[in-house]
Design a binder for this molecule. Sequence first.
Ligand code: SF4
Ligand code: SF4
Length: 378
Amino acid sequence: MEVQVSSQELVQDNRLLRCIQCGKCTGGCPVSTTSGLNVRQLLNEALLQPNLVFSPEGSELWQCTTCLTCSLRCPKGIKPLDVIIQIRGQLIESGRIQPTMRDALESVFLHGNPWGKPREKRTDWAADLQVKTAGVDAQLDLVYYVGCAAAYDPRVQKLAKAMVRVLGEAGVKFGLLGNEESCCGNEVRRMGEVGLFEELVESNCQLFKERGVRRLLTTSPHCFNVFKNEYSGFGGEICHYTQILWELIEEQRLSFSKELNWRVTYHDPCFLGKQNGIFDEPRWILEKIPGLELVEMDRNRERSLCCEGGGGRMWIEALIPQERLAEVRVKDAVDLEAEVLVTACPFCLLTLEDAVKATGNEERLRVLDLIEIVEAAI
Ligand code: SF4
Ligand code: SF4
């Protein structure tokens, strides 16, 4: 069964009459050449036809990684990504989405995470660590919001453990939200599940208030983005961990005692760089590490290539066999003869590690998160 979406609503809500069909949105879209998704054409069809027709399970709209490039490049101030999210919302309402997506959303509703894991296991990763609980121990400098990937994925748990050690080393007084911490909703909103997203905003803001959160630190740029830009009810300060590390190094509370003689290159996560302008902090931290040589890939900072991990893509099957963008990214790093591909995002870490395996580069290239490098150097 196909779903009809009213073009009139899309045109009015997103002021699409301003579109001059210049194609800059499609030109910058990282998945346009591989997935059949053409944003310019989508908007043109919305302008010319009374209704648009989509197959909910198989629509190419699910291939969008929500990297935001189309919206940032439009000379007329149109936000094609908002159009995609609006249509995704109607596809979700039809109930005929891919089972992997449905399971992820159901799991967020039932257990507060998209990985199908029980809530009571959310802090198992910290069982052997002496970490305080926010709201129980007062006088904290900040609260560490771990996020679903770092709480449950065995690879990403290493980032959370590294964070605890680094913060402890710098003498930061911090606490966790414990098993009551819930999904931030960044991917939920981008998959189009607005109702569930609004519930998460309300319950998370309530939890932050109850626990007296004034400063919140995140592992993931996705959590950072949504708390900073889309949680109107939370009045506290939101920081990505790279900002906090920058501050700790500047204040000389964190220093490096080990030399890491590695040639590394840095992959800008879309939700940290393009979407929130944090390009300098990660590079500055890497440059402070003794022995480390930082080399840049051609596509860096604003022009960085998306790894395809965002916008719910972690739970969406790719429609067409294709060379994943993360594999292109790995080849870029190998061409530079980098030994380590560094990023600062759990989703980038997972997609890039998969790409290293898929391209048979395990012997030549390691993928590490910046917090792991910092931990290795202190
Ligand atoms: S960049 Fe903007 S004006 Fe140009 S085609 Fe895309 S939406 Fe239309
Ligand atoms: S958000 Fe990124 S992936 Fe999605 S349509 Fe825009 S440019 Fe393409």
